[in-house]
Design a protein around this ligand. Structure first.
Ligand code: FEO
Length: 395
């Protein structure tokens, strides 16, 4: 499959309908993904990015249906991660001396990943290359989301090729933001931002301001995953600006795991207390052992506060809670509050341990948390409800 975006620009990527896990097993892709590659034909012919390695051969055959590979004058490699560079090795066996425009960090990443001395042309922000009646202008975007990440802008057509930024893991034959289901698209965009870009929000904010200050028209944003933004393309830039500003909604999420239902009952009683005190706040409960962790992280991203609960086991906490807390720590959420809860039988360390981990993750801890012994009875659950009620005013 390939299709024209303009007469002289084609999408030549791969729609991966089957993918359910990305980054190894780290990121769930309920709706598959796409690896977007673009072929721009002016006096010179440019290939922008490739596809993930398992689709490399298919990618080349597809490309060959469009063009004699020897006619490709240059390659732009906006990002070295192998979901975009996986087609390079096969391609460069056919056209070995073709220049590859990338950042200086890209060069290091490519050498580390492929161990090849390809014809790299490192570029910096503002450098451009003429391809005939148009220029390609390069914009480094370090840590969005790798040190090597880069955008490039095509003059004349006013297209920003943004690579991962503004993308989403979303397979669709429709391929344009105005054609796909908007709710699905929004869900995949916010999940992508929450799980991948949260740690780099300050850089996202700075980069958006830098690109806006360039004061160039943007008619399309061609990302490397998911749809092409052609209807009001700046809507996703504005949305990113909001997400980068320590985003939160009026939501409180309770994340817990439970062995014999005690901590689950506590979670529900606490949630009842919060609701009784504040009927407007959205409250969501997740058993982290039974929920998709990336979906839970997306809900944490949307929350103004989280409550985390685990029973005590082996003087510690259950593994699903330990796992999600490590994920949360790494993402570096800002301006969010938190509290802890949990049932226990004898030693009862879990609540203290969760509080410590939430503090380390940068959350503003509200109170010491609540723990209840053995199977919480009616008075214990009433204490939990009261805990929730009192907490609601502080969150
Ligand atoms: Fe889609 Fe960072 O690769």
């Amino acid at each position: 499959m390939s299709f024209n975006i303009r007469d002289h620009i084609a999408w030549v990527g791969k729609i991966d309908w089957e993918l359910r896990k990305f980054h190894g097993e780290e990121y769930s892709t309920h709706r598959g993904t796409t690896y977007n590659s673009y072929l721009v034909q002016d006096e010179k012919t440019v290939l922008i990015d490739t596809v993930w390695e398992p689709f490399s051969r298919e990618f080349l055959e597809n490309l060959r249906r469009r063009i004699d590979l020897k006619k490709i004058d240059l390659i732009v490699a906006n990002h070295a991660e192998i979901d975009h560079s996986g087609g390079l090795a096969d391609l460069l066996r056919e056209i070995p001396d073709t220049p590859i425009y990338c950042t200086a960090n890209g060069l290091k990443s490519f050498k580390g990943l492929f161990h090849q001395d390809w014809n790299f042309k490192p570029v910096k922000t503002g450098e451009k290359v003429s391809i005939g009646s148009r220029d390609l202008v390069f914009i480094e975007a370090p840590m969005l989301h790798w040190p090597d990440s880069m955008f490039c802008y095509l003059t004349g057509d006013n297209i920003l090729f943004s690579n991962d930024a503004f993308g989403q893991h979303y397979a669709s034959e429709l391929m344009y933001n105005d054609l796909v289901d908007r709710t699905e698209l929004y869900q995949e965009c916010i999940k992508y931002y929450a799980n991948i870009l949260t740690p780099f929000s300050k850089l996202v904010d700075r980069k958006i301001k830098e690109v806006v200050a360039m004061n160039v028209p943007v008619d399309m944003i061609c990302t490397s995953h998911g749809v092409i933004w052609r209807d009001d393309p700046l809507q996703i830039v504005n949305q990113y600006a909001q997400w980068a500003d320590d985003y939160q909604e009026n939501q409180i999420s309770l994340l817990y795991d439970s062995m014999w239902q005690g901590t689950r009952k506590m979670a529900e009683a606490i949630a009842g207390g919060i609701h009784a005190a504040d009927g407007d706040v959205t409250i969501k409960l997740f058993n982290t052992a039974r929920s998709d962790k990336n979906d839970v992280i997306t809900e944490v991203f949307k929350s103004k506060a989280i409550l985390v609960g685990s029973p005590t086991i082996n003087k510690g906490i259950l593994s699903s809670i330990a796992g999600i807390l490590e994920e949360i720590r790494g993402l570096g959420f800002k301006r969010k509050k938190a509290a802890a809860f949990g049932a226990y039988g004898w030693s009862g360390e879990s609540v203290k341990m969760i509080v410590q981990k939430l503090e380390e993750a940068g959350f503003d801890i509200v109170g010491e948390g609540i723990r209840e012994m053995w199977n919480p009875d009616e008075p214990a659950l009433e204490r939990c409800t009261r805990f929730g009620r009192e907490l609601a005013g502080k969150l």
